[in-house]
Write a protein that binds this ligand. Structure first.
Ligand code: PSU
Ligand code: MN
Length: 302
């Protein structure tokens, strides 16, 4: 297994020195944001993690290897290339065997982080149960991964392009803790609140680190969702973004978008319809998650 892992020098040194490491995904770079904001955000997020006492490890599939930590040139390549596959659990083996470029989703990043023994992972939003899933069966592989792989994901909740209620039910069935960081309700990505109350609230990174340690000490397999609301100043107006999401869902339906293309289509369409305001919000919330995730990693490493 280890023969497929290739560490950047920074990550390798951090691990040898016992420093906290935070995993980052690459689908958000290649399929979640436009160039050049994607590359710039990726670099800034990495720096925020360093500034908060941890070491960033952006994960991607390159030339038959799982890269744990990317160089500047590699980040640029993932942000500015058409030939990058969106890689989830099902795609990993094929992309590695055929030496193609793969940008890892939340699910695939969790798998790779677990192989590298990294337990804390920062991103923007997770995939979930899509609206209409009762007929389309569109349920993100991210949820299955959270059910089985021991990595905690710090995110801003889930986008309301998804069915948030069904997403929470799915996580509950699979025993995945969903922790509100400084909140009693599930944040809805672009907005700080949703109608869905959470069972666990933590106001300190240490509480979360302690919970994770106990969970895995007990052999309770699987991840956790740490839901961190978007900063107040960056949040979008709820009725504004709800209307846009309705419009984007309608267009996705009319164009028969399906499978792995749904989420990237929705992200791009929402950006277009908000004239870029969704992208600004997305960038702000990822950076905020990086601060919180690094602090959790520092506590978890003690
Ligand atoms: N949600 C976002 N931004 C993203 C994604 C989700 O707000 O970039 C990406 C993540 O990589 C996530 C993936 O793992 O989309 C989920 O895709 P799908 O719905 O096809 O499982
Ligand atoms: Mn899907």
């Amino acid at each position: 297994m280890k023969q497929y892992l290739s560490y950047s020098q920074e990550v390798q040194e951090a691990m040898a020195a016992g420093k906290p490491v935070v995993a980052l995904e690459s689908t958000i770079i290649s399929h979640g944001m436009p160039y050049p904001q994607n590359v710039q955000t990726a670099r800034e997020v990495e720096q925020i993690i360093r500034d908060n006492g941890a070491v960033p490890a952006t994960i991607a599939i390159i030339d038959g290897m799982i890269k744990i930590g990317l160089s500047d040139e590699e980040l640029e390549m993932f942000g500015n290339s058409q030939g990058v596959a969106k890689a989830s659990r099902r795609d990993l083996a094929y992309l590695l065997a055929t030496k193609q470029l793969g940008a890892t989703t939340v699910a695939a990043t969790m798998i790779c982080a677990d192989l590298a023994d990294i337990r804390i992972f920062v991103t923007g939003g997770i995939g979930g149960v899509h609206r209409g899933a009762e007929t389309t069966m569109d349920i993100s592989a991210d949820l299955e991964e959270l059910a089985q792989t021991d990595v905690a994901v710090i995110c801003a909740g889930a986008k309301s392009i998804l069915d948030l209620g069904l997403t929470l039910e799915y996580l509950e069935t699979n025993g995945v803790p969903v922790v509100g960081y400084g909140t009693d309700v599930l944040p809805a990505f672009f907005t700080r609140v949703s109608d869905f109350k959470l069972n666990i609230r933590a106001d300190e990174p240490k509480t979360i680190a302690d919970m994770l340690r106990v969970k895995w000490d007990l052999g309770l397999k699987g991840g956790a969702v740490i839901a961190n609301p978007i900063p107040e100043a960056d949040a979008l107006d709820k009725s504004f973004i709800d209307g846009i999401i309705q419009q984007a869902l309608k267009e996705a339906d009319e164009l028969h978008i399906a499978g792995k293309d749904v989420t990237p289509f929705m992200l791009g369409k929402v950006k277009e319809l908000t004239e870029g305001r969704s992208l600004d919000a997305n960038i702000a919330l990822v950076k905020h998650n990086a601060v919180v995730g690094a602090k959790i990693a520092v506590e978890f490493n003690k």
